[in-house]
Design a protein around this ligand. Structure first.
Ligand SMILES: Nc1ncnc2c1ncn2[C@@H]1O[C@H](COP(=O)(O)OP(=O)(O)OP(=O)(O)O)[C@@H](O)[C@H]1O
Ligand SMILES: [Mg+2]
Length: 1025
């Protein structure tokens, strides 16, 4: 299909895409078309006239299609340049082959200044951002523009790009002299300059930075318990950016530092300007934003931004009246003491100097929507709508936005507006050490705690979540006193902190049971508050709400509720105090305590807690009615209270529900039921426990049954949903191996796929706990999760039940491999290991060599895209020499080079098992090729050799041709993307006459012309291009 046919066929869809897009996108397409001389000025004026976008799009398509194929090609290029690929997914572009190159502006054609301005229009529009005022001043002073025209260009209704376009259009109308002045300015000011701040703005900047510095100095969460200075405690977490574009299949990921999150890696949509950081509860999202805030305010980083505004989404739920953008910035972040409108105007004029930080997007009561467009900086709207429009770029386009969220609140609709997505993965093993050392300045006690943590594998896994690590570090005394009573689960960790706070309050050494029992009333008060809050996505409580929930001053003094710093720094601060649990997960824990301890919590509440939410995975949508009213009412009768409990949790946010459910499971475990003692309050606990166990076993069975049956006599391959991992976590929290056995032993699966399921060390512990009860071996596929070395350690107990383990893209290093291999040596079932795209170096080769040497039923090792060099390959070759079971060896994308290839080839000469070898993209040179060719003379089993993307030349083909003369096993030889010309290929043509085993030789992407390809395929059909 050529371009004009495509445009005609897809006209309807194109109009929909353009019509639903922004004016900015439409106008940038016009910029391109003007620059490429595809539109005349008259046509441009005609199509840009400010009508409904879909109407303008129709006009544009009419003009373009009338101009023929080339014009349509250019239009598609402009479209691809400006619109995010995901938005173009509806268009069937796959059948269309775009022209090789986009038109370059040719300097020789641009003789007049106005022509230059037009040919470089898309770039000039960008370049003029932040310069409009300065340029206008010059044009005005030379008499080119009147005052009125200057004001007209700078009208606040225009975005900076629109102002730039206005300026260009007006310049064009004025003639060449004006164009020359503008061109001179652009050429003399190559980079964006920061205008000098006026006094009012300077003063505001100072106030803003001192406000943010003060706000971010302490970890506010613990204001009630201790003063923790962020600077003293902060440790870098693992931040990972994914780059799907760079990967051949799947995605590649890179670690970045907080200061580099705006770098070029992983950009999904270059027109968007929101960077999203996702991470599980307690992984350090809020703390990372706080650190960014601190770094800017103390001038240590992010100094490209003149102003930074930080918000917590939790607090927006509290503002129930419409506000304008100015109110949002000034009243809810920092108030300029004077010249408010001057300061606000500066912000509007220089959006690229402004950064917004939005923490906890998942804490919004409502899901993201782009239905209500709001572009006016002065008109009030709901805070939610303001934020949604800021994110879309309808308001203050070109400001940088950094937002954090738990993963399941991120919808496909929101993703359209993200520039990139970064995953926060908690602490690395080294990070845990650093953190504990920072918490305990006394080095010997730090080392003691660290030793203890590292010796308890499940605890070590938990500590990779910073919040858990903090609790463990804080409660180390209790932990280390009860060495026999090992802490394994998340519930154990939260019970520790509960006990710690209660002990701290009572200041005596009563036993845990006693302390808990003496505070049951308090726990229930806080629990009720917590549960009602979860039910309405409310995480911030006013004094009135506390009163309604019967939370007393004494309850508050325990420290679980802390005073929120919500509006205290802003103008018009709300005078009364607001409270929040010191972490949302603590709120979940109290809700779970309430559910467990309160006799009136009905079966239905338990059911809604555990039920499958597939119908609406990111459940955060609430009815407006729910939003306006506060459901707390302590004056309910007993019956009403009971009924209310029955309907609870229907609307709560999924990830908090899941956390609460995990805690409920943990609290109902037999260990903890004993801990709580046997008072009348706990009578119904065993019934609840039976119910929860039933739900969990059923959920897993049902999930299994919902998967399509296996084909012809094979076992099922099960692609589990993220819920599966959560249920397994609940089972683990219960610490009930009978339940684990019951839940998984009936799963007759051959392959269990858990890719992209957010599996970290904590989840690995739970998976291993449950999966070891599977009846027969499985392939466990955990690609693209956050397993890491810590997770590997957790998985070891279930390695015996795996015939294969796939861990692509999981941040695993040589240390992790060492542990894996050690266990693999004793796991008779394990036959395949895939570790594509991790952080492996030559040091791991020793372990794999040992594995190959000692494990004579091992079948496949895939180590692609790691950092192995010739040194590692040589070591691996030693193992290979002594193995005659391995059938697949993948080393794609390492740096094995000629020497490494020689070693591997030598090891394979007499090998009798290897069927497939991949050395794609390994700098294999002529030495390597020669050795491989020699190997082919002797080897009698190898069926496929992959050597794409190396440095092979014609002479190497001569060797291969010789090697293949008498070879009777090789079926496929892949040599695409090397430097082979016709001469080299002809060697093959001759050899293949005598070789009947070879089925295909791949030669695409080499140095031959289309005619040569045609000629050669005619002679030898097995050559594939
Ligand atoms: N980088 C870090 N350095 C030191 N401590 C950290 C770090 N990140 C998190 N913590 C500790 O963990 C606690 C919880 O982290 P934080 O509140 O940032 O998690 P979160 O990802 O925002 O969780 P949620 O999803 O529930 O909002 C912090 O209060 C702090 O004690
Ligand atoms: Mg947070």
């Amino acid at each position: 299909m050529n371009a004009d046919q495509l445009l005609k066929a897809q006209r309807h869809k194109l109009i929909m895409i353009l019509g639903r897009g922004s004016v900015e996108i439409f106008e940038s397409i016009l910029d391109h078309l003007l620059a490429w001389d595809l539109l005349s000025w008259e046509e441009y004026e005609h199509v840009k006239s400010p009508e409904v976008l879909s109407h303008s799009s129709r006009n544009l398509l009419d003009v373009v299609t009338l101009k023929g194929t080339r014009a349509c090609e250019l239009f598609l290029l402009a479209l691809e340049d400006t619109i995010h690929t995901s938005q173009l997914a509806d268009l069937i572009l796959s059948s269309y082959k775009p022209p090789e190159k986009s038109p370059e502006p040719s300097a020789s054609l641009a003789t007049l200044p106005s022509q230059s301005l037009q040919q470089h229009r898309p770039n000039i529009v960008r370049k003029l951002h932040g310069h409009i005022a300065a340029v206008l001043e010059i044009l005005h002073s030379y008499g080119h523009f009147s005052k009125y025209e200057c004001d007209e260009v700078q009208l606040p209704i225009y975005t900076p790009s629109q102002q730039a376009r206005k300026l260009l259009d007006l310049t064009k109308a004025k003639g060449e002299d004006t164009a020359q002045v503008l061109l001179d300015y652009i050429e003399s000011e190559p980079g964006p300059i920061k205008p000098i701040l006026g006094n009012a703005c300077l003063k505001y900047q100072e106030k803003l930075s001192s406000t943010l510095a003060a706000q971010s100095r302490f970890l506010t969460n613990y204001a009630g318990t201790e003063n923790m200075c962020l600077e003293d405690i902060y440790v870098d977490c693992l931040l990972e950016v994914s780059n799907t574009a760079a990967a051949q299949n799947g995605c590649l990921s890179f670690l970045v530092s907080l200061e580099d999150i705006f770098g070029p890696d992983g950009i999904l949509n270059k027109d968007a300007d929101t960077v999203l950081i996702t991470g599980e509860a307690g992984s350090g999202k809020s703390t990372s934003l706080q650190q960014m805030q601190q770094l800017w305010a103390t001038k240590q980083a992010f100094q490209d931004f003149t102003f930074v505004f930080a918000f917590s989404c939790r607090r927006f739920n509290f503002i129930d009246k419409p506000i304008s953008l100015q109110m949002l910035l000034f009243e809810h972040c920092c108030w300029p003491d004077d010249h408010q409108s001057e300061v606000f105007q500066y912000l509007l004029d220089h959006p690229e100097e402004v950064m917004f930080l939005f923490d906890g997007f998942d804490e919004f009561k409502f899901q993201f929507t782009d239905e209500e467009r709001h572009c006016s900086p002065s008109k009030p709207s709901s805070p939610l709508n303001l934020i949604f429009n800021l994110l879309q770029g309808n308001l203050m386009k070109n400001t940088k936005k950094v937002m954090t969220s738990r993963p399941n609140a991120v919808t496909a609709n929101l993703r359209k507006y993200l520039q990139k997505e970064i995953t926060l993965k908690g602490f690395s093993p080294e990070g845990i050490g650093k953190f504990i050392r920072k918490c305990h300045r006394n080095s010997s006690s730090a080392e003691r705690i660290l030793c203890f943590v590292e010796a308890n594998s499940a605890l070590h896994g938990l500590c990779h979540v910073p919040f858990f690590c903090w609790i463990v570090s804080k409660c180390h005394e209790q932990l280390m006193q009860n060495v026999s009573d090992f802490t394994h689960t998340m519930t154990d960790v939260y019970l520790l902190i509960l006990e710690h706070f209660l002990l701290h309050l009572t200041q005596n050494s009563r036993g845990t049971n006693e302390v808990l029992l003496s505070h049951v009333a308090t726990i229930l008060h806080l629990g009720k508050l917590a549960l009602d809050g979860l039910n309405t996505c409310c995480y911030l409580f006013s004094a009135v709400q506390l009163q309604d929930a019967e939370v007393s001053e004494e309850d508050i003094s325990l420290g679980f509720l802390v005073c929120s710093h919500s509006f205290s720094h802003a103008h018009n601060a709300v005078s009364y105090r607001n409270y929040e649990f010191f972490h949302i997960t603590v709120q979940c824990f109290f809700a779970a305590l309430y559910i467990t301890l309160n006799d009136d919590v009905a079966q239905l509440t338990l059911y809604s807690l555990f039920k499958h939410r597939q119908e609406n995975p990111s459940l955060c949508i609430m009815s407006a009615g729910c939003y306006s009213g506060w459901p707390f009412n302590c004056h309910l009768s007993h019956e009403e209270d009971k009924r209310r409990n029955e309907t609870l949790l229907q609307e709560a946010e999924t990830s908090n529900l899941q956390i609460t459910a995990s805690f409920v499971s943990g609290l109902l475990s037999s260990r903890n039921r004993d801990l709580m003692g046997k008072t009348t309050l706990f009578q119904k606990q065993s019934k609840k426990c039976r119910l929860v166990k039933k739900y969990l076993a059923k959920c897993i069975q049902k999930h299994f049954l919902s998967i399509p049956p296996a084909v012809g006599g094979e076992k099922k391959s099960m692609h589990a949903l993220p819920e599966f991992v959560w249920w397994i976590k609940c089972i683990y929290e219960m610490q009930d191996s009978d339940l684990a056995k019951e839940a998984v032993s009936k799963l007759q699966v051959n392959h269990l796929k858990l890719t992209y399921c957010g599996v970290g060390p904590v989840e690995c512990t739970a998976l291993a706990y449950a999966l070891k009860h599977l009846k027969s071996p499985v392939g466990l596929q955990l690609d693209y999760n956050s397993v890491g070395d810590l997770g590997i350690e957790q998985l070891l107990p279930c390695l015996d039940i795996c015939h294969s383990i796939y861990l692509r893209g999981n941040d695993i290093s040589d240390q992790g491999v060492s542990k894996l291999v050690e266990r693999a040596l004793d796991s008779c079932n394990l036959q395949k290991i895939a570790l594509f795209h991790n952080n492996l170096t030559d040091a791991c080769a020793q372990d794999f060599a040992k594995l190959l040497k000692h494990k004579n039923n091992f079948l496949a090792l895939r180590l692609g895209n790691n950092h192995l060099t010739a040194v590692g390959a040589e070591v691996l070759a030693e193992g290979l020499k002594q193995n005659n079971s391995i059938q697949y060896l993948g080393l794609w994308g390492n740096k094995v080079g000629g020497a490494g290839t020689c070693a591997l080839a030598a090891a394979l000469e007499n090998n009798t098992s290897l069927l497939w070898l991949s050395l794609v993209g390994n700098n294999v040179d002529s030495h390597g090729a020669k050795a491989l060719a020699l190997m082919l003379k002797k080897n009698t089993v190898l069926e496929e050799l992959c050597l794409q993307e190396n440095c092979l030349v014609d002479e190497d083909m001569l060797h291969f041709a010789e090697g293949l003369q008498n070879n009777t096993s090789l079926k496929v030889l892949k040599l695409s993307n090397n430097r082979i010309s016709r001469k080299g290929m002809e060697f093959f043509v001759n050899t293949l006459k005598h070789n009947v085993t070879i089925e295909s030789v791949w030669l695409g992407g080499n140095l031959v012309t289309a005619e040569e390809i045609e000629e050669m395929t005619r002679v030898e059909r097995r050559l594939i291009f």
